[in-house]
Design a protein around this ligand. Structure first.
Ligand code: FAD
Length: 391
């Protein structure tokens, strides 16, 4: 693997920070924090208008001539500004999946609309009774001429409240084993029969239950072949899990907390950094962050070579999400009682960032496939161990 080729954004970092200075409004991060909606429409529209969403895509599918390295550096800088772009993250996964499995007409129509910022797509895989065992989905799609009629319920359809479409996994065949009777559809959220209800999570993020009561979609919105939905969704999952890894150019978590700890006194007069237990904590975090960075770079490198990082994506997602969980737990311990103060208290160390992520990192080990499922994928795919989940 060539780290030089994939970690070559240095020349774009300054311009990317300028883009953020010129386009990101200071209140947006707070709005995302208080609403739990990890998507800001104005930010998304500007990213689309400046060709950042379309960078690296073929012109025939609406790609822009913006430098892909610059575009990635801008998205890193947006994340450094404590802003989530979850609407783009899920949309991008679906667009890449359509590029992989869609018809030429869908590539020209749907990908182009996504890159122009005209559509936003949420993921509708999980159901009340099927999360890890997602192939057990009960939501039905029945063909009626040139249309499909979709009925059922999805759980944790994150960002659907801001999205124009949900990428829905539905059962189209009851007479075959469960993995073989599924099909994927793009369902408009303004269709008759579509409803949603908010769900607020421990981490403060808002997600949704979505309901489909005889929702009609044209066959042109079917993604992939009939009964091939399992294969289509697995491609999308590879893009989801392979999205991990740190791309930021700013100081790492360990560096930022170390700076703060060196300049902040405890009640006994010593700084937080004087305590050798805190130095050990920060060293462990620094090591984990480097491992996560390298795993993420490998995934980026594979993506750039046009490969699908299956097991490698699972390794990155598993390691990064579990390391994040350990880090914030350690850091909240380091702060003692002040560690549980929220930003709105006005007195929270590091603006309450540690308390917030102490809660939000818990859910990171669940969505996109739980840690147990990632371990099973790695055990099977890398170590050749037998599958122990039901088929
Ligand atoms: C904040 C948040 C956002 C989400 N966003 C989305 C979204 O946008 N779209 C979407 O479709 N889904 C989304 N999800 C759903 C997520 O993918 C599922 O929660 C996840 O796959 C786990 O499924 P489950 O909740 O049904 O738990 P279950 O599958 O019931 O699992 C419960 C526990 O059992 C363990 N377990 C299950 N099966 C096995 C096994 N075979 N071996 C070992 N252990 C096992 C799991 O690891 C877990 O600890 C989101 C979830 C959260 C929390």
């Amino acid at each position: 693997m060539d780290f030089v080729t994939v970690d070559n954004l240095a020349e774009h970092r300054e311009a990317a920070r300028e883009w953020v200075d010129n386009n990101v409004r200071p209140g947006w991060a707070w709005e995302q924090y208080t609403s739990g909606t990890h998507h800001t429409p104005e930010l998304h529209a500007q990213l689309a208008a400046d060709g950042i969403l379309g960078a690296g895509w073929p012109p025939a599918y609406g790609g822009s001539d913006t430098d892909p390295g610059y575009a990635r550096a801008v998205l890193d800088a947006v994340s450094d500004a404590e802003l989530y772009a979850d609407g783009w993250a899920t949309t991008n996964m679906v667009l890449r999946t359509i590029r992989n499995v869609g018809t030429e007409e869908q590539k020209e129509r749907i990908i182009a609309a996504g890159l122009r910022g005209e559509i936003l797509i949420a993921l509708g895989y999980s159901e009340p009774d099927s999360g890890s065992d997602v192939a057990a989905a009960k939501t039905r799609a029945v063909r009626d001429g040139d249309e499909w009629v979709i009925s059922g319920q999805k759980m944790f359809t994150s960002t659907a409240q801001s999205c124009s479409h949900v990428f829905v996994l539905a059962r189209t065949n009851l007479d075959v084993p469960k993995h073989k009777g599924l099909t994927m559809f793009l369902v408009p959220t303004d269709a008759e029969g579509f409803e949603l209800q908010p769900i607020y999570t421990l981490g403060g993020q808002r997600t949704n239950a979505t309901f489909y009561s005889d929702v009609r979609v044209p066959d042109a919105m079917r993604i992939g072949a009939v009964d091939e939905g399992w294969r289509v969704m697995r491609v999308a999952l590879v893009y989801e899990r392979g999205g991990g890894g740190r791309g930021s150019a700013g100081p790492t978590l360990a560096e930022r907390v170390a700076t703060w700890a060196q300049s902040t006194q405890r009640t006994d007069g010593a700084t937080y950094y004087d305590d050798p237990r805190n130095q050990e904590r920060l060293a462990r975090i620094a090591i984990d962050e480097e491992v996560a960075r390298l795993l993420g770079l490998r995934v980026r490198w594979m993506n750039e070579r046009g490969e699908l990082p299956g097991v490698e994506g699972s390794m990155t997602k598993l390691f990064s999400s579990e390391a994040d969980l350990r880090h914030y737990s350690e850091l909240v311990d380091m702060l003692g009682p002040a560690g549980v103060l929220r930003p709105e208290s006005g007195a929270a160390p590091l603006h309450g960032e540690l308390e917030h992520h102490f809660r939000s990192t818990v859910v990171g080990t669940i969505y996109g496939g739980s840690s147990e499922i990632q371990r099973e994928i790695i055990a099977e795919g890398r170590l050749g161990l037998p599958r122990n989940r039901p088929k």
